[in-house]
Design a protein around this ligand. Structure first.
Ligand code: RIB
Ligand code: CA
Length: 324
């Protein structure tokens, strides 16, 4: 029942890893490609991590993985190793197995030779209107594809973006969410492009907290590789969420964006005229959504953005799919 074809653009990243597991465990999605981007960790680490996740999943036919942008369009690269660990997957690189060898050896899979932009544009051109993009990292690849060949890019069915926050409350600064803050110029170009966009921001993702107890209950009687991997990557995420935010669980930012691609009813979407601040000393990376109530929608490109979420239903859905 694979009725939704998607490209997943990602910067793995612990929650990216959880999102990819959800995507590949959901028959409603056909993942045509994974494209990687510098974000939580540099591009080389993000690409290695994407391949590592595919190897853990042990798919019969893994999709192509194409390397994308190593740098934001304008700004210097940022990283979030303090959240995602030195390796980007919760420092699983240091874990060993019973024999003392690496529990997660370097992946044997390799990325394809074409770039992320080339692969995105060729897939969209070959299947006009049939493929959506789920963007889980900074929007650099998406903006570069859009600007490299607008006609081909306009064949995208929809871009579902994990990023921003309609309420303007950030997680990197007071006003900016990480993916938009890491490359605000790319985010602005995509948000203003008129492309069909659904923004899944911190307003809703921070309400989908996976708790250690819920994860433990879903993995308690399992000895499989995926359950072990999810437990291993999540432990640092739980630790950081508690230490930095005082949260009793870790937010399922990227998994919710994948969830919306599967079942839109997990969130409530509203239309807004919007842009992303690229210059502000205090507000760079902020998603500025026009929330003023007016009789008619003002002129200018609009986005759909999530303003509410069925948190418990989504968390239960995530666990049932990631750990069936
Ligand atoms: O702000 C959360 C987002 O930034 C998530 O996509 C996380 O993986 C990081 O990329
Ligand atoms: Ca991400």
């Amino acid at each position: 029942m694979q009725d939704r074809r998607v490209i997943i653009d990602t910067d793995p990243g612990i929650d990216d890893a959880l999102a990819l597991i959800l995507a590949f465990n959901s028959p409603e999605l056909k993942v045509e490609a994974i494209t990687t981007v510098s974000g939580n960790v540099p591009l080389e680490d993000a690409t290695r991590n994407a391949l590592q996740i595919l190897e853990v999943l042990d798919l019969p036919e893994p999709p192509p993985v194409a390397c994308g942008a190593a740098w934001p369009i304008v700004r210097e690269p940022l990283a979030a190793r303090h959240v995602h660990g030195e390796d980007g997957l919760g420092d699983i690189a240091v874990l060993t197995n019973a024999g003392g060898g690496p529990r997660y050896p370097r992946p044997t899979l390799s990325p394809v030779g074409t770039s992320a932009v080339e692969l995105i544009l060729s897939l969209l051109s070959e299947s006009p209107g049939e493929i959506s993009i789920i963007a889980l990292g900074p929007l650099t690849n998406i903006a570069l594809a859009l600007e490299s060949n607008p006609a081909a890019f306009s064949q995208v069915q929809e871009v579902i973006v994990m990023g921003g926050a309609v309420n303007g409350i950030g997680n990197v600064t007071e006003t900016a969410e990480f993916n938009f803050y890491a490359d605000p110029d790319a985010a602005s170009r995509v948000i203003r492009s008129g492309t069909p966009i659904a923004v899944i921001g911190l307003d809703v993702t921070t309400r989908t907290l996976l708790t250690p107890a819920a994860l433990e209950a879903s993995t308690r009687d399992r000895r499989d590789r995926v359950a072990e991997f999810i437990t291993d990557v999540s432990s640092k995420y739980f630790e950081v969420s508690l230490q930095r935010r005082g949260l009793s669980g870790c937010p399922l930012h990227d998994p919710l964006a994948v969830g919306v691609a599967i079942d839109r009813s997990f969130v409530t979407l509203e239309s807004f005229r919007a842009d992303v601040e690229t210059e502000g000393h205090l507000t760079a990376g902020m998603l500025v959504a026009d929330r003023r109530k007016r009789a008619a929608q003002p002129a200018g490109p609009t986005i759909r953005a999530a303003v509410d979420v069925q948190s418990e239903r989504f968390i239960n859905f995530f666990l049932s799919r990631a750990l069936p």
